[in-house]
Design a protein around this ligand. Structure first.
Ligand SMILES: NC(=O)c1ccc[n+]([C@@H]2O[C@H](COP(=O)([O-])OP(=O)(O)OC[C@H]3O[C@@H](n4cnc5c(N)ncnc54)[C@H](O)[C@@H]3O)[C@@H](O)[C@H]2O)c1
Length: 250
């Protein structure tokens, strides 16, 4: 990790999904670059391990982000100005095509991948505006750019997340808010992605034999998130940045 030690010194940044994968790598990187991090995750022991390693400048909030109480607890834990927000937490679907979607899967995927991000963003915006600005980075997906990378619920959630990102950027540019997203291809993390559809396997299998997308490391995603959160990206807003080793270009 090639960090820039003082890029976030004195800043408070909320990171969701901090217990694992991209959120864990993002928390570690922002902390190494001087940030105070409010780390949010539903899995308590993951946050405890992270806090043990990082020591100071980390506050942990354990809770399900689909529950608005967790959003409020994250804001309370920031206890003052929030300079940045990284909405990383997300879940996969079971690769269900539209005809096979259960209401349960649809509601859960949309609740975590979209509604929780809207609520977290809605919660931090008034403070950011009052303090003259802030940076928000959402974690979308290659499935937010194309239809063949996941099932319909996840694809719909990440396409909608791109809309949330761009609309937020549009409405609050004059207030100094920047809002961007990264769109990773496959990343080696703990995310669960079970194929629950035979039809999806038949439809998608041949595509992945023709084009094998490169598998990224979580810290490669964290580097892009940190850049978008930092003043190095001061003129970047409303962007959906593919971080996928070039998969989007195929
Ligand atoms: N891994 C990939 O291949 C990949 C590709 C593209 C996009 N993404 C996106 O990256 C983001 C991070 O995923 P990851 O791959 O690091 O997965 P991960 O499972 O390793 O980490 C996600 C973390 O979020 C937490 N989380 C999930 N739902 C939550 C909830 N409701 N409330 C609070 N915490 C919750 C989990 O406990 C976990 O610690 C997600 O938004 C995912 O859609 C991942």
């Amino acid at each position: 990790m090639n960090t820039i030690p003082s890029r976030f010194t004195g800043q408070t940044i909320i990171v969701t999904g901090a217990g694992s994968g991209i959120g864990h790598a993002t928390t570690t990187r922002l902390h190494a670059e001087g940030a105070h991090v409010v780390a949010v995750d539903v899995v308590q022991h993951r946050l405890e391990q992270l806090a043990d390693v990082l020591g100071e400048r980390i506050r942990c909030v354990v809770g399900d982000l689909a529950d608005d109480a967790t959003v409020r607890a994250a804001l309370d834990a920031a206890d003052g100005q929030v300079h940045g927000l990284a909405n990383v937490a997300g879940i996969m679907d079971g690769f269900e095509p539209t005809a096979e979607i259960t209401d349960e899967t649809w509601d859960r995927v949309l609740a975590v991948n979209l509604t929780a991000v809207m609520r977290m963003t809605r919660a931090v915006l008034p403070g950011m505006i009052a303090h003259g600005g802030g940076a928000i980075v959402n974690v979308s997906s290659e499935a937010g750019l194309r239809a063949s990378a996941a099932g319909t619920p996840y694809t719909a959630s990440k396409h909608a997340l791109n809309g949330l990102t761009r609309s937020t950027a549009f409405f609050y540019t004059a207030q100094g808010i920047r809002c961007n997203a990264i769109a990773p291809g496959p990343v080696a993390t703990n995310i669960e992605a079970p194929f629950r559809s035979t039809w999806a396997q038949e439809r998608m299998g041949p595509l992945f034999q023709v084009t094998v997308p490169p598998i990224a490391r979580a810290d490669e995603q964290a580097a892009a998130i940190a850049w978008l959160l930092s003043d190095d990206a001061s003129n970047v807003s409303g962007a959906i940045l593919p971080v996928d080793g070039g998969w989007n270009a195929i």
